[in-house]
Write a protein that binds this ligand. Structure first.
Ligand code: SME
Length: 153
């Protein structure tokens, strides 16, 4: 299967499952597990949820546990994505000064804000052990995944 075919079949599976799922944690956990398993260059997949005033708290994830369970807006790649409300792609984390390292094996990261009524309510965060693995197809795929979970917030 090509990468595009893997994205398409994963999207169909997630759509089917998430449309029926009512429990937020179960839905988000399913997505983390599927993305980590199906997409080769996704080595850690997790959701952060906005907690009160300008702070992200770690929600469901798949991969190694991280010490970064609470992140302030503006701090690290996650905090910058939350503050700017923009997708943040770092193809080589060694070149990013405002970065919170979870593990030396992580080489790149993509973070997508999940928006509701113009505000960031959560984020999807993906780490990769490869340098520069993220393409426009990844972005397009992950934007679709994020739009599926907006109903939980
Ligand atoms: N690297 C992130 C912190 C979270 S971990 O990747 C799980 C950052 O710089 O915000």
């Amino acid at each position: 299967m090509t990468q595009k075919e893997i994205f398409d079949s994963t999207l169909s599976l997630l759509r089917e499952k998430i449309s029926l799922e009512k429990d937020m944690n179960a839905g988000l956990q399913f997505i983390c597990d599927e993305l980590k398993e199906k997409i080769d260059h996704y080595d850690w997949v997790g959701f952060y949820l906005v907690d009160g005033e300008k702070e992200l708290v770690l929600g469901p994830f798949a991969g190694e546990p991280t010490v970064h369970t609470r992140i302030k807006f503006g701090s690290g790649i996650c905090g910058q994505a939350a503050e700017t409300k923009r997708i943040f792609v770092v193809q080589d984390v060694s070149k990013e000064l405002n970065y919170l390292s979870c593990s030396p094996t992580v080489k790149s990261e993509i973070v997508l804000p999940i928006m509701k009524s113009g505000e960031v309510v959560g984020e999807l965060d993906i780490d990769s052990h490869k340098i520069a693995p993220f393409t426009d197809d990844d972005k397009e795929f992950l934007v679709r995944v994020c739009s599926m979970v907006a109903k939980f917030f």
